[in-house]
Design a protein around this ligand. Structure first.
Ligand code: ADP
Ligand code: MG
Ligand code: MG
Length: 886
C-alpha cells in the first residue's frame, strides 16, 4: 500500500496537528491545529513534505498513490464545502500554498482562486451577483498562475494593469470596473499565450496539477535556496503543499483581509498589532500595493469580526504560549483564520515578550531563556543615534518604523548595486519603491533598508526585522526614479552615493551622516540576563587589552579578563620604537636597555586594566607573536630605526631579513621567545606584579594570573615558570609586600593536550587557545584557510568553519583529553577557553558540557555568552525541548 501523502483539515475531519510540523510544514500543521481548536478555518488538505522529497528523488514525478489520495481528498473537500471543481453552479475555488517546516516568509509562492475559468465565472457571477468580484479574482489568478507556475514575468502583468489604470484614470485597483477587468483578463491571456505558447488552462484539475508541481519546484528556486543558506536552515525534507478552499476578502466593502500579531513585533509591547485592507485579497497587504490600515480601526468597521479576531488571537497565544503572527480574511462579514505561526520579532521584542510571558505565568524562566537565539542579542548591543546629533539632523521624510536601530550609509537603488558597493567596503542604504525576495542579497549587505511603499508587514519590514536590520518603510513622500538612480523628497534630490541616515525605531529618514551611541542595557534585557546568571554555572570573562574595552565588557557583565594580549599594547604611539630597539638589539645588554623603557609603559597599562576590572580576576598572557610582526617593514620606518639605533640602514635590513621565517605561525613565538630571551619574561612579569601591588595600595585587590603561551613540553613551562617566580620573589622583596598570583598556561599545541597531566604539575590553570589548537590540529593555516574553507563548507566536508564553531569531534576531543589529564594531576585545575569559540553559542554549550570553569570572549559577545551558558545548563537538564519554529 502506498504511504499516506495527504492529510485533510477542516472541522472534525482534521487529521493533522501542530506537532506534525516536520511532515505537514508549519502552515499545514497549524491550519490543522486551529481546526482542532474549533476555529473558523476554510477546509482543505496538505500534501506532505515527504511527498515533495519523493518528487525530487523520483525524477520530478509524483510518488505512488499521491494522485489517488489528492483526488480522494478533493472529493472530500467538495463534499464538505458543498461545491465542485469546475461546476459553474457551485464552483469550488482553492488556494495552493507552500509551507515548509521552518517558516520562510515570501520565499515560496501562493496561487489564489484556482478553479476559475470563464464558464465558472458566469456561474459565480450569477451566484454572488457580483461580476466585478468574479473577474477581479480571475485576473489575479491568471497573474499568479502565469508568474508562479509558468514563469511569465510579473512585470508583464503589472504593465497591462498599470496601463489600463492610466487609461481609465483609476488610482487604485479597486477603481477598475468589471469591463476594465474583463479587458485586462483578455490581455493577460494574450500575454500568457505569447510567453508560453499555450492557452491559459481552463480545466481546474490541470490547473491544480501544474500548481502543485510549481510549489514542489519552488522548494529549489534561487530565492528559497538563498533564504535557507542565509538562515542556516538545513535538514528539511521539502515543502508541503496546502490546498485550501478559498474565502474572499474582495467581495466588497464588508470583506477584507489582514495580517496581525498578538503583540507588537518591533517593541514586544503586549498590544494587539496589525494591518488590514477592506475589499482586498491576501497578497495585497504584504505586497505593499496599497498602504493598509492599522488593526484598531477594524473595530469601527466591523465590531463583531474585530472582537472575534481579538478572542481568537488571545486563545492562540495562550495555546501556543508564544506571540503569534496570524492571517485572516473577512468574507462578507464572516471571519476566517488562514494562518498562525510564532511571530518573527526584533531582538528587543523577543526579550520583552519572553520576560513579560514569565511575568504573565505563560512560560517558565527556562523557556524564556530558550526563546532567544543568543546571537540575536547582537541587535541590542549595537549603537543607536546620538540623541543630540539626531536632534540637529535634517529630517528628509518620515515613514513607518519597520525595524529598529540606526543606520548611516550611502544610497543605492538596487540590490545588485548594494552588493557591488558593499564589496568595495562602502556602507549602503538600499532604497527601493518596495522590496521583493530578489532583493535579499542586497538587503543582507546593506546597513539599512528604505522603501517608498508598503506597511509594517511588507516584505521589506518582515525580512529586515528577521535580519536585525534597520528599516524605514512606506515613505510616501519619496519618489524614486530607478532609471536615473535618484530620488526626490519634496525639493530635496538624493542621488546614488549620497549619505542618508535611518532611524528604524521612529521611522525617520535624515540627510547626511549621524553619530551613533552605545545602547542602554536595562529593563527586560537586564532581567533576562539576571535569570541567565542565576542558571548558568560557566563563568564569563572577556578578552580585553585596554581599559576602555575592559570597562565595556564589565558593563556587559564580564566577570574577569580571560585573555589580555600584552603585545597589543606594543603598537601604540612611540612604544613601537622601544619594542623595535629590543628586537633589533645585538645583545642582552641592548635588549635590557630597551626593555627598561618598556617596563613603566606596560606597568601603567596593567594598572589601567586592573582599575577597570575593580578586583575581578585578570589573566595576562606573556608575549606571543613572532617578533618580526613588530619589525619595520618599509624604508621610512627602517630609516627611522637606523637613526634611533645609530646603525646603518643596511644593518637594519640585514636584521629584518635574519628574522624572516618561512612559517611564522609555527616559528619563533610564544614561550619560545621567553626561552631564548628570558629578559622579556622578566620585564613583563615585573610590570604585571608591580602594577598589581600599586593598585593594591589604592585598595584594589588583583590576583594576577600569568599565562605562558604555546607550551608543548613540560620543560617549557618549567623554565618560564622559574623565571616568573624568581622575578616575583625579587619584586616582593623590593616592595616588601606579597600578593597572591597564579602561573598557568595556554593549551593550544596539540602535544600540550596529550601531556596535559605533566603540564598541570607546573601550570596552575589552563586556558584553551582554540584558534591555534584548531590550526594545528586540522593543519589549517589561520591566515590562508579562508581561501579553501568556504569550498569545504559548500561541499559539506566541514559543516561549519572550524575557526568559528569549535570542531567538537576533532579539536574538541583534544580539549576533553586536556581537561581530563590536567585534572588528574591537579584536581582543582581551573580551565577556560580564550579562542574565538569562547563567544560562539554552540561552542559555549560544549565548554559547559566538558566542565570548563569559564569562557572568555570579546566584550560585545559577553551577554551572548551569558545567555548561551544558561541555555547549555537548561539543555543539559533536558528541561526544554527545541522546536524547529523558533
Ligand atoms: P505566504 O507564506 O507568502 O504568506 P500564504 O500561503 O500564506 O503565503 O498566502 C498568501 C496570501 O494569500 C495570504 O494573505 C493568505 O492569507 C492568502 N490566502 C491563502 N489561502 C487563502 C484562502 N484559501 N482563502 C483566502 N486567502 C488565502
Ligand atoms: Mg502567509
Ligand atoms: Mg595562540
Amino acid at each position: 500500500m502506498a504511504s499516506k501523502h495527504v492529510y485533510f483539515f477542516g472541522g472534525k475531519k482534521t487529521e493533522g496537528k501542530a506537532t506534525m510540523k516536520e511532515l505537514l510544514g508549519g502552515k499545514g500543521a497549524n491550519l490543522a491545529e486551529m481546526s482542532n481548536l474549533g476555529m473558523p478555518v476554510p477546509a482543505g488538505f496538505t500534501i506532505t513534505t515527504k511527498a515533495c522529497q519523493l518528487y525530487y528523488e523520483n525524477n520530478k514525478k509524483w510518488p505512488q498513490g499521491l494522485k489517488e489520495q489528492i483526488l480522494a481528498n478533493l472529493k472530500r473537500l467538495e463534499n464538505v464545502m458543498n461545491a465542485q471543481f469546475g461546476n459553474p453552479k457551485k464552483p469550488l475555488l482553492v488556494s495552493v500554498r507552500s509551507g515548509a517546516a521552518a517558516s520562510m516568509p515570501g520565499m515560496m509562492d501562493t496561487i489564489l482562486n484556482l478553479g476559475l475559468n470563464e464558464t465558472v465565472i458566469a456561474g459565480l457571477t450569477a451566484k454572488t451577483g457580483n461580476a466585478r468580484f468574479a473577474w477581479d479574482g480571475y485576473r489575479r489568478f491568471i497573474q499568479m498562475f502565469g508568474d508562479v507556475v509558468m514563469g511569465v514575468p510579473h512585470e508583464t502583468f503589472e504593465h497591462i494593469l498599470e496601463e489600463k489604470k492610466r487609461a481609465v484614470s483609476a488610482k487604485l485597483d479597486t477603481d477598475l470596473s468589471t469591463d476594465d477587468l474583463k479587458d485586462i483578463v483578455a490581455r493577460y491571456k494574450d500575454a500568457y499565450k505569447k510567453h508560453t505558447n499555450e492557452n491559459f488552462p481552463d480545466d481546474p484539475w490541470q490547473q491544480l496539477v501544474k500548481s502543485i508541481n510549481a510549489v514542489f519546484e519552488s522548494w529549489n528556486n534561487d530565492r528559497a535556496i538563498t533564504y535557507r543558506k542565509l538562515n542556516d536552515i538545513k535538514g528539511l525534507l521539502g515543502t508541503a503543499v496546502n490546498i485550501q478552499a478559498m474565502v474572499f476578502g474582495n467581495m466588497g466593502e464588508t470583506s477584507g483581509t489582514g495580517v496581525c500579531f498578538s503583540r507588537n513585533p518591533s517593541t514586544g509591547e503586549n498590544k494587539f498589532y496589525g494591518e488590514y485592507l477592506m475589499n482586498a485579497q491576501g497578497e495585497d497587504v504584504v505586497a505593499g500595493i496599497r498602504t493598509p490600515e492599522s488593526i484598531e480601526t477594524l473595530a469601527k468597521k466591523n465590531k463583531t469580526a474585530y472582537s472575534k479576531l481579538v478572542g481568537l488571537k488571545n486563545k492562540l497565544e495562550k495555546h501556543y504560549r508564544d506571540m503569534q503572527d496570524m492571517e485572516f480574511t473577512i468574507q462578507d462579514g464572516a471571519l476566517y483564520m488562514l494562518q498562525t505561526r510564532s511571530g518573527k520579532r526584533t531582538a528587543a521584542a523577543a526579550v520583552k515578550v519572553a520576560v513579560d510571558m514569565v511575568k504573565e505565568r505563560l512560560i517558565s524562566k527556562e523557556e524564556a531563556l530558550m526563546r532567544l537565539e543568543p546571537e540575536q542579542l547582537n541587535q541590542l548591543l549595537h549603537p543607536n543615534f546620538d540623541p543630540q546629533a539626531e536632534k540637529g539632523a535634517t529630517v528628509l521624510a518620515r515613514g513607518l518604523p519597520a525595524s529598529p536601530g540606526a543606520a548611516t550609509g550611502r544610497v543605492v537603488f538596487n540590490a545588485e548595486d548594494a552588493e557591488a558597493w558593499a564589496k568595495r567596503g562602502e556602507k549602503v542604504i538600499l532604497t527601493r519603491i518596495e522590496t521583493s525576495p530578489e532583493d535579499i542579497g542586497g538587503m543582507n549587505v546593506a546597513e539599512g533598508v528604505l522603501t517608498a511603499r508598503g506597511g509594517m508587514t511588507s516584505h521589506a519590514a518582515v525580512v529586515a526585522r528577521g535580519m536585525g536590520k534597520c528599516c524605514v518603510a512606506g515613505v510616501g513622500a519619496l519618489s524614486i526614479v530607478y532609471r536615473e538612480k535618484k530620488c526626490t523628497v519634496g525639493s530635496a534630490v538624493i542621488k546614488e552615493g549620497d549619505y542618508i541616515s535611518l532611524n528604524g525605531s521612529s521611522g525617520t529618514v535624515y540627510a547626511g551622516k549621524i553619530k551613533t551611541v552605545e545602547p542602554e542595557l536595562s529593563g527586560s534585557f537586564s532581567t533576562l540576563m539576571k535569570w541567565a546568571d542565576e542558571i548558568r554555572t560557566l563563568g564569563v570573562r572577556t578578552n580585553a587589552d585596554i581599559p576602555r574595552d575592559a570597562e565595556m565588557a564589565v558593563k556587559f557583565g564580564a566577570e574577569g579578563i580571560g585573555l589580555c594580549r600584552t603585545e597589543h599594547m606594543f603598537f601604540e604611539g612611540d612604544r613601537i620604537i622601544s619594542v623595535r630597539k629590543m628586537i633589533l638589539a645585538d645583545n642582552k645588554a641592548g635588549r635590557e636597555a630597551a626593555l627598561k623603557e618598556l617596563l613603566p609603559i606596560q606597568r601603567k597599562d596593567f594598572e589601567g586594566l586592573y582599575r577597570a576590572m575593580k578586583g575581578r580576576p585578570v589573566t595576562i598572557r606573556l608575549i606571543d607573536p613572532p617578533l618580526h610582526e613588530f619589525l619595520p617593514a618599509d624604508d621610512e620606518s627602517q630609516m627611522e630605526m637606523a637613526d634611533v639605533l645609530n646603525i646603518t640602514l643596511q644593518r637594519v635590513k640585514e636584521k629584518v631579513s635574519e628574522l624572516h621565517e618561512f612559517n611564522p605561525m609555527l616559528g619563533h613565538r610564544g614561550c619560545r621567545l621567553g626561552i631564548t630571551y628570558p629578559e622579556i619574561i622578566e620585564m613583563q612579569t615585573r610590570a604585571i606584579m608591580e602594577a598589581a601591588i600599586n593598585v593594591k595600595r589604592q585598595g584594589i585587590k588583583i590576583h594576577p594570573e600569568i599565562m605562558v603561551p604555546l607550551v608543548g613540553e613540560t620543560g617549557e613551562i618549567k623554565l618560564c615558570k622559574q623565571v616568573i617566580e624568581e622575578t616575583i620573589a625579587k619584586v616582593f622583596k623590593e616592595q616588601k609586600i606579597k600578593i597572591p598570583y597564579m602561573v598557568g598556561t595556554m593549551i593550544e599545541v596539540p602535544r600540550a593536550a596529550l601531556i596535559a597531566d605533566k603540564i598541570a604539575e607546573d601550570a596552575e590553570f589552563f586556558s584553551f587557545g582554540t584558534n591555534d589548537l584548531t590550526q594545528m590540529t586540522c593543519g589549517f593555516s589561520r591566515d590562508d584557510a579562508g581561501r579553501f574553507l568556504k569550498e569545504y563548507i559548500e561541499k559539506g566536508i566541514f559543516e561549519k568553519d572550524p575557526f568559528q564553531v569549535l570542531d567538537q569531534e576533532g579539536v574538541g576531543e583534544l580539549v576533553i583529553m586536556g581537561i581530563k589529564r590536567g585534572r588528574s594531576a591537579r584536581k582543582n585545575l581551573k580551565v577556560g577557553i580564550c579562542g574565538e569559540h569562547g563567544g560562539e553559542p554552540r561552542s559555549i554549550d560544549f565548554c559547559h558540557r566538558v566542565g570548563m570553569n569559564y569562557v572568555s570572549c570579546s566584550p560585545y559577545r559577553v551577554p551572548i555568552a551569558r545567555l548561551a551558558a544558561a541555555q547549555a545548563v537548561i539543555r543539559q537538564k533536558g528541561k526544554v525541548k527545541f522546536t524547529l519554529d523558533k
